[in-house]
Design a protein around this ligand. Structure first.
Ligand SMILES: Nc1ncnc2c1ncn2[C@@H]1O[C@H](COP(=O)(O)OP(=O)(O)OP(=O)(O)O)[C@@H](O)[C@H]1O
Length: 246
């Protein structure tokens, strides 16, 4: 039984079926990469898991808890955190203040700044700042961070809430080679304590991080396995036909 179970998920917009009977079991403390050609339905699946979109039918279960159709905020509170491709940090606040805002879930960052630090904040901050490699950058304004550091900050902000599952949309898009290398180390570290689902196109990155790869095609489940199995799967090769390699 997985920490997250998706059963026979369907989503249609108007008359168009975008997600078609998609099922998936995500095992605790694994990193699952969700791949597939453009338009396969990866982002929509992430939207359905996090409550950004409501499924037309099907069921989503988080640790025996049916979360199907709940609102985005409620699903986040139950332990599913998401980092989007475009960073959404408070650029005028320091790295530390950004972490603080996400820890307390106070929506007004300025109200937060004048309150006493919530219990447990310091140890969580220490843990997350070390994990994200931002320990020496805590007093820097977020607007001055590099692109890679900004992405790590945002992942760290989601981690401050200690989610059971962390969803990442193309986490290394736009990063330099050395930033990608650091992210590989960081994610491999992270999966010791967290379950992750990562939407990713870059197969060389997938190779370095994935425990399991799930391939979607036209809104449906196509294949699942280790990357080496996926790469040799004839059905997968067929949908990626025209691309030199997956
Ligand atoms: N709000 C919407 N209304 C209508 N169609 C939509 C909507 N959102 C997504 N789609 C369609 O659903 C299909 C799946 O889109 P989705 O963005 O989930 O794919 P994806 O696998 O994430 O693609 P990419 O890799 O290009 O980001 C596409 O054909 C897209 O045009």
């Amino acid at each position: 039984m997985g920490v997250l179970e998706i059963h026979n998920l369907h989503k249609s917009f108007g008359g168009t079926h975008v997600i078609n009977d998609f099922s998936l079991d995500v095992t605790e403390l694994t990193l699952c990469c969700l791949v597939g050609p453009n338009g396969a339905g990866k982002t929509t699946t992430m939207d359905l898991i996090t409550g950004r979109q409501k499924p037309t039918s099907g069921k989503i279960v988080l640790r025996n808890d049916d979360i199907t159709g709940l609102g985005e905020h409620e699903i986040a509170q139950r332990g599913i955190g998401r980092k989007f491709q475009v960073p959404a940090v408070f650029r005028e606040l320091s790295v530390r203040q950004n972490f603080e805002v996400s820890y307390s879930q106070e929506v007004n960052p300025f109200r937060n700044m004048f309150r006493r630090q919530p219990a447990g904040f310091k140890s969580r901050l220490d843990e997350v700042a070390t994990l994200t490699g931002l320990k020496d950058r805590l007093d820097v304004e977020a607007g001055f961070l590099s692109h890679g550091e900004t992405q790590w900050l945002e992942i760290g902000m989601v981690l401050m809430q200690n989610p059971a599952i962390l969803l990442l949309d193309e986490p290394v898009a736009g990063m330099t080679e050395s930033e990608i290398e650091k992210t590989i180390v960081f994610l491999n570290q992270l999966k010791k304590n967290h379950t992750l689902i990562v939407v990713e196109h870059d197969m060389s990155f997938v190779r370095e991080i994935a425990d399991v790869v799930t391939v979607m095609h036209m809104g449906s489940f196509l294949a699942q396995g280790k990357l080496s199995e996926i790469e040799n799967n004839p059905k997968v090769r067929e949908v990626y036909l025209g691309e030199p390699e997956i």
